[in-house]
Write a protein that binds this ligand. Structure first.
Ligand SMILES: [Zn+2]
Length: 490
């Protein structure tokens, strides 16, 4: 394995990938892709969303030897899927990859003077445009790098590739799990490799293995019909805003640590702690200043975000905040969120909240869980992880960052649990990319390095996939409980 990385062929693949960038072809391809207004939140752009699959992705994959088909989405008709495959030999190992063609709304009028969402504007190292970072730039890197490896290997990869492409990621991936379950056979693979989200720092190649999960919930205190004058009734009537404030304060202490046992994670494992030891949160220039005394005591800020749970109040409403009146409001409502890591009993978060409020006598606080998405994390000691880190290092001469999971959420539970795959994510964006906001951009320097990273990874897969697939399978069958309790969340 080591020797093959020193041969000219691996370097040839990387050089060809870099040439795609240096020749301007990569920018041209991305420009064409960004010009599709694939806003999944905007029903008026349903045709553009579909056209991105039929007129852009499928024709781009065909020359690489893929056959593609559109799969309709029963859960969201305007967010279809594309499933593609390139079968070199059914006896070879198979990688499944993923991308999403949709973007969030353009917010055209909010972009800085001289910039627009549907045309790429290059300013120095920054390539501005909606989707340059999330996710069009990232899947464009991966397609181009795959083409470079095919060229360098004389039209062969040494493995099969399958691809599932969705167009509803920005509206919560409706139907993705159902489609993967229904096409389990067609999507069967040995490993999952894809790109989305940010690197830990622009200059640091990054590998992440899953994501935190999320529980969205509302707390409601609804005491009576209508408001009552605070002078005539204050003192005799309970105030729902104050009751709810105390209820929230009983969940999270004054420094942000979660006080409910059932909502807390298991202790941080040695391998996770080790992986996070040299990762600094918020090193980029546009990052906010970190509050060192906020969150779980005894942890670093990185551990608090990546390896721990957090409970946030996203919105709080009582009365009319824009036009307050002298009245005791009848009700108060808080929209909250628990972000959690693997091993948390998040499936029963609602029960834990209710039991906690019952114990403290908050009988008027109603809990409504609106959504649960599962947490995932491939074991940092898995053979695939060591392999990928070594590949990234060989292609960049840098020590890559290993994030056991992303702090935010990608729909990785579908790949990790529904399809049962070891999941490797290699992000090509960076923390200050303004993803989901005006002025979204990709860094040209990161895209260029990412082309080398992915060419190296797609190359190494041809050398090592069969060995790694059997090592992983052996480890899985030896593990006493390969599906731990967190695997059944949903
Ligand atoms: Zn996004």
């Amino acid at each position: 394995m080591k020797e093959s990385r020193q041969t000219g062929s691996r370097q040839t693949a990387i050089d060809r990938a870099l040439r795609v960038y240096d020749s301007g072809q990569f920018l041209g391809d991305l420009q064409r892709r960004v010009s599709f207004r694939t806003e999944s939140q905007n029903p008026a752009q349903a045709d553009a969303v579909r056209a991105y699959l039929t007129d852009e992705v499928a024709p781009s994959l065909a020359p690489l030897g893929f056959t593609s088909r559109i799969v309709e989405n029963a859960a969201a008709a305007r967010a279809p899927f594309l499933i593609a495959e390139r079968i070199e030999d059914p006896a070879l190992p198979t990688v499944l990859t993923y991308g999403h063609g949709d973007v969030v709304r353009g917010y055209d009028e909010q972009w800085r003077e001289g910039l627009a969402p549907w045309t790429i504007t290059v300013e120095g190292d920054r390539w501005y445009g909606r989707g340059t970072a999330d996710n069009k730039g990232q899947h464009s890197v991966n397609f181009a790098a795959l083409g470079a490896v095919l060229d360098a290997r004389g039209g062969k990869l040494g493995y099969n590739v399958k691809l599932i492409f969705e167009t509803g990621e920005e509206i919560g991936s409706p139907g993705l799990d159902a489609v993967c379950a229904a096409h389990r056979e067609a999507l069967a693979a040995d490993v999952f490799i894809a790109s989305d989200g940010p690197r830990v720092l622009a200059e640091r190649p990054t590998l992440f293995l899953g994501s935190r999960g999320g529980v969205a919930f509302e707390l409601l205190v609804d005491l009576r019909k209508g408001a009552h004058h605070s002078g005539n009734w204050g003192g005799a009537l309970r105030n729902p805003a104050i009751v709810l404030s105390h209820a929230i304060a009983s969940l999270v202490d004054r420094r942000g640590a979660i006080a409910v046992d059932g909502l807390r994670p298991p202790p941080i494992s040695a391998s996770v702690r080790e992986a996070l030891a040299d990762i600094v949160l918020g090193g980029d220039e546009d990052a906010p200043a970190i509050d060192p005394d906020w969150g779980e005591p005894g942890l670093t800020p990185t551990e608090r975000v990546i390896a721990w749970n957090t409970l946030e109040v996203l919105a709080f409403k009582a009365g009319n905040p824009d036009a307050p009146v002298n009245a005791i409001p009848p009700m108060a409502k808080a929209t909250c969120q628990l972000r959690f890591v693997v091993g948390t009993d998040a499936e029963r978060a609602g029960e834990h909240l209710e039991a906690h409020f019952a114990r403290l006598g908050f009988d008027d606080v109603k809990v409504r869980v609106t959504q649960i998405s599962a947490a995932t994390r491939l074991d940092p000691n898995d053979a695939w992880v060591h392999w990928a880190l070594e590949s990234l290092r060989a292609s960049t001469d840098k020590k890559p960052a290993l994030l056991p999971n992303l702090g935010g959420t990608v729909p990785n539970d579908v790949f990790a649990y529904t399809l049962g795959l070891p999941t490797l994510w290699v992000p090509h964006s960076y923390p200050a990319c303004a993803q989901h906001a005006p002025n979204e951009h990709l860094l040209g320097s990161v895209a260029r390095e990412a082309l080398a990273v992915m060419a190296g990874l797609w190359w190494d897969l041809g050398e090592d996939a069969a060995r790694l697939a059997s090592t992983h399978a052996q480890a899985q069958s030896q593990a006493q409980a390969p599906q731990s309790s967190d695997a059944v969340l949903q």
